[in-house]
Design a protein around this ligand. Sequence first.
Ligand code: EPZ
Length: 420
Amino acid sequence: MESFLIKGGVPLRGTVEISGSKNAALPIMAAALLTDEPCVIRRVPDLSDTRFMVQILKSLGAEVSFNRGTVTVHAQKIRGYADYELVRKMRGSICIAGPLLARLRQARISLPGGCIIGARPINLHLKGFAALGANIKIEGGYVDATAKKLTGNSLFLGGRAGPTVLGTANVMMAATLAGGVTVIESAACEPEVVDLADFLSAMGAKISGAGSPTITITGVKKLHGAEHEVIPDRIEAATFIIAAGATNGEVVLRGARADHLRAVIDKLGEAGVSVKRRGKNLVARSGKLKPVDITTLPYAGFPTDVQAQMMALLALAPGISIITERIFESRFMHVSELGRLGADIEIEGPSAIVKGGKPLSGAPVMASDLRASAALVIAGLAAKGETQVNRIYHLDRGYEQMDEKLRKLGARIQRIEEKA
Ligand code: EPZ
């Protein structure tokens, strides 16, 4: 297993190229199952998750190639049930269910298990499919959705923590080939949902309202092939902006979109990290760090996928910051590991109380999930001495060439075989 060895204390300087969005690419790759014609998807990040999705699409019978960020999918002849182990391993693969149900009137996939950040049920996905007329059966670890025909319907898709991103994506995809009109209320408004709707529209789908809480889909008989370029990864961009802030650096981000990062840029401004436009790029510059309070919310609120990275930054800001996680029940796995580096953080129910300003010092730490591992890398870059971040396979799921990009910004970071 691999680790990162980081010698901290170097201000990051230079330019970083932001990759395509993992969370947009995954449902867009699955959406190619909706047609028997070829689809070309560009700017797909080379990650273990996107490579997993390629395997899953191939296991369904699609011809798939992935070269230099371009994925071509030709789902001419496919089957409605995916490999149990493959789907079980990556939660994001749940988004093949909507396209399979729409195209074949049958989707049989393994139930995604729980996850370290929360229970993450799929009841809202299934509620949406049932509202379109599907029969849902859960047996032997599989969910089986079948339908003689799918019929448009109006449904409310809000849950315990508000809208669901992949649930909205799944129901929107299933509705594209249903008879009649579907109206999704309390839909997720994330940019990744809008990007998917743009791709589906390029395939001939009739969708309006994506990006708002009410999405209307008028079903069509058939969809055709299309080409699409995936949006930049706003979570990767936020991670590099925060790394610049935590290391007293200045970083130019090429390809990032400020309009997808408003809540993040706003809170960082309050915390002393400025983000300005320079031509097509963004420039992140560190300043005197200040404590702020954060509550994670559905988009356009502060993203839960940036909560851990922000906590690493606020551990450096003198004073008390309160971070409240409202989306996932147990997304504070990084707190104890940040504590190993000297951070002073206490958990009180859904909130973490960060007593910031104490200098961090390097230590061996363990990554537990994708964004927690990004927070440990940021803390290691800011800490005095050497930090070893173990189990970085978590990071490789969602960050393309993170160590190379950081080295280009002057970071002293190496990928090594995990030392016992
Ligand atoms: C997407 O997951 C992202 N993943 C997550 O990013 C992100 O954290 C999340 O949206 C929230 O922004 C991908 O796009 C691949 P949800 P998703 O359904 O769609 C509850 C990362 O780090 N819920 O919006 O699975 C759920 O338990 C990952 O890149 C139900 O109760 O998240 C959670 O509390 C991590 N029933 C809340 O809703 C359902 O049927 C939001 O989850 C579905 C969800």
